[in-house]
Design a protein around this ligand. Structure first.
Ligand code: SAM
Length: 288
């Protein structure tokens, strides 16, 4: 069996097993060879790589990764896909399918158990209803992930990739770019999937930096500062930082002054560097 990424091959697998697509599980299967190749390139997939895939579906992308990588562990929630995957991935002894909900999996343990704690890449066409929790889980937990190359809804990719003072820039942009260099890898319009979703998609590459780029004294205060700053987008920082709950107006004026940030600016204009400076000043005012 060769590639499954044609309309015909996917239909034939689906029909043979009488598989019923679940909308609520975000089941839109990719049927475009070109995009598969771009995903593999975007992830700089090579032998020796250890891959985690979330939601293998019928194994279209999984098979192509199995041909190159050292090992692929694919986590699929839908029990009815497991016998299909047994068949489509049967010839690969370097692919393991785990039938579980990704949000319930202890990834740190999984990386220890399946990959001996070696660096991993997350490569997937994600179920869109949980894109952000999945990506943030991999970034925030203690997981040795080097690259995340994932298909997500176009608007989410735009937000992850956005620069300050643009309409897409928000807390998600800062959260992702705090850890990673971002790159748009491929566009995937809705006709490249069956069934066709009612949104377009983009493959985004998040390359985790080896060294921290930003000097943040307290990540908890940093992310709280970001959240408050974007909490009410139209408000100036002088007003929105009140959302932190522990600084009064005069104190906010003082921290902004010390951070060299004009109190009339809005959160969406701040670079990550400026958020770092601001949160460090705020942190120095927080009682222990
Ligand atoms: N990788 C396949 C492809 O590219 O054609 C399928 C991608 S489809 C967009 C998303 C997949 O994620 C489906 O197979 C779905 O069953 C699975 N999925 C949905 N929720 C999940 C969860 N919480 N944990 C693991 N897999 C999940």
């Amino acid at each position: 069996m060769d590639r499954l990424s044609s309309h015909k091959a996917t239909k034939s697998v689906v029909e043979k097993h009488n598989f019923k697509f679940s909308k609520s599980l975000g089941q839109n299967f990719l049927i475009d060879d070109n995009v598969i190749d771009k995903i593999l390139n975007g992830a700089r997939l090579s032998e020796g790589d250890n891959i985690i895939e979330v939601g293998p579906g019928i194994g279209t992308l999984t098979r192509e990764m199995g041909k190159i990588a050292d090992k692929v562990v694919a986590i699929e929630i839908d029990k009815s896909l497991i016998p299909i995957l047994k068949e489509t991935l049967g010839e690969f002894d370097n692919i393991e399918v785990v039938n579980n909900d990704i949000l319930k999996v202890n990834i740190e343990e999984l990386v220890k158990e399946k990959f001996d704690n070696k660096p991993i890449k997350l490569v997937a066409n994600l179920p869109y209803y949980i894109t952000t929790p999945i990506v943030m889980k991999f970034l925030e937990e203690n997981i040795p992930v080097t690259d995340i190359v994932v298909m997500v809804q176009k608007e989410v990719a735009d937000r992850m990739n956005a620069k300050p003072s643009t309409k897409d820039y928000g807390a998600l942009s800062v959260a992702v770019q705090y850890y990673c260099d971002t790159e748009i890898v491929a566009k995937a319009p809705r006709h490249m999937f069956i069934p066709q979703p009612n949104v377009d998609s983009t493959v985004i590459g998040l390359h985790v930096r080896e060294e921290k780029k930003y000097n943040v004294d307290n990540e908890d205060i940093f992310f709280k500062t970001v959240k408050a700053s974007f909490g009410q987008r139209r408000k100036t920082l002088l007003n929105s930082l009140g959302g932190l709950g522990f600084l009064n107006k005069d104190e906010i004026k003082e921290v902004l002054k010390q951070s060299n940030i004009d109190e009339k600016r809005r959160g969406e204009t701040l670079t990550i560097e400026e958020f770092a400076t601001l949160s460090n000043v705020i942190n120095s005012k927080v009682p222990n």
